[in-house]
Design a protein around this ligand. Structure first.
Ligand code: 13P
Ligand code: SF4
Length: 323
């Protein structure tokens, strides 16, 4: 008999699960996980209960690398589609599951192959660097991939002076500042979540918390990053906070990261400048969807081999230069 809680219709009617029900789901997840020999990985923006149950948590780069090293043949990727696609392309022998099929990334969808081909015609000598937050087809049309934790290193490894960087203009501008000898051609894409944060919100929070350090993700606006004491990927932020003697931090990225920051630093305080700092796509994954994913082995993420072959090279090249 199907579980009464994890059918689509019941989960829609009952989005908030009580403690007992969550406990039931946690048992179910660990039972099936053991039975089928799966690995659960979760991005730093996932819900607390997902990060809690995951075998591995991390930023996009760490997760991509860890999946390739995993011995398990089934990987449940609690994150968004481009992350699961990258994991699949790097480990095509594994079954990669995304618990919620609709969990996408609007930023990744802001670059299309057609537009990128036009840009390449405009700048025929430029190397194309695609941020990992991109579709598999855009990666396939690129020379190398990067994540926010290794973007500067990746660009520095290239001989070309001109770089077309897709799709995040804020990360692109951040890279350009760090690699002034290169000409970085920006794409007009942005993360809807990070763009929401304004300079005024940060200044107001700084006024309320004068002793706090401000840490920010490079997907934030330029005027926001100018106020940051530290800018880096989600893993970079965690490392920075763990090593800092400060006791208070204003967090310039998706709220989900606070789970890990607090777990590693229970004595420190974390504040978000706006309650709107939520990536709706990341939050789609719940314990219910995770249990269902394992139970039904859905949703299998695959990329057509012709695209995967080219896109894989850009990911492998990134891994090679950032070893
Ligand atoms: P990280 O690479 O820092 O994990 O960030 C991914 C992301 O989607 C940021 O919005
Ligand atoms: Fe995409 Fe932004 Fe969500 Fe990251 S936070 S997954 S870039 S929409």
């Amino acid at each position: 008999m199907p579980c009464p809680y994890t059918t689509r219709s019941n989960m829609r009617k009952k989005p908030e699960f009580d403690a007992k029900y969550k406990e039931h789901l946690r048992h179910k997840i660990s039972d099936i996980k053991k039975k089928v020999g799966a690995l659960i990985v979760a991005h730093n923006y996932q819900r607390d209960e997902i990060q809690e149950i995951a075998d591995i948590t991390g930023d996009s780069y760490a997760l991509a690398r860890k999946v390739t090293q995993a011995k398990e043949k089934i990987v449940v990727f609690c994150g968004v589609k481009f992350m699961a696609e990258s994991a699949y392309m790097l480990s095509p022998d594994k079954t990669v599951l995304l618990p919620v099929e609709e969990a996408g990334c609007p930023l990744a969808d802001m670059a299309t192959v057609e537009k990128l081909r036009e840009k390449k015609k405009e700048y025929p000598d430029a190397a194309v660097v695609s941020y990992v937050n991109s579709t598999a087809s855009v990666k396939a049309e690129s020379d190398i991939c990067c994540t926010s934790s290794n973007a500067v290193q990746v660009i520095n490894s290239l001989k070309e002076k001109q770089i077309i960087f897709v799709p995040d203009k804020n990360l692109g501008r951040y890279i350009a500042e760090h690699v002034p000898e290169k000409e970085v051609i920006l794409w007009d894409g942005y993360c809807v979540v990070h763009m929401r944060l304004t300079k005024e919100e940060v200044l107001k929070t700084k006024e309320l918390r004068p002793n706090a350090e401000f840490i920010a993700h490079p997907e934030c606006r330029e005027e926001v990053l100018e106020l940051a004491d530290y800018t880096g990927s989600t893993a970079g932020m965690i490392k920075y906070v763990n090593g800092s003697s400060s006791k208070e931090f204003i967090v310039g990225t998706e709220k989900g990261i606070i789970y890990r920051l607090k777990r590693d630093n229970p004595e420190k305080e974390f504040y978000v400048p706006t309650d709107q700092f939520i990536c709706a796509n990341m939050k789609l994954t719940t314990l219910g969807w995770l249990a269902r994913s394992l139970e039904k082995m859905v949703y299998k993420i695959e990329v057509p081999e012709e695209t995967a072959e080219k896109a894989r090279k850009t990911l492998e090249r990134m891994m090679e230069v950032t070893k």
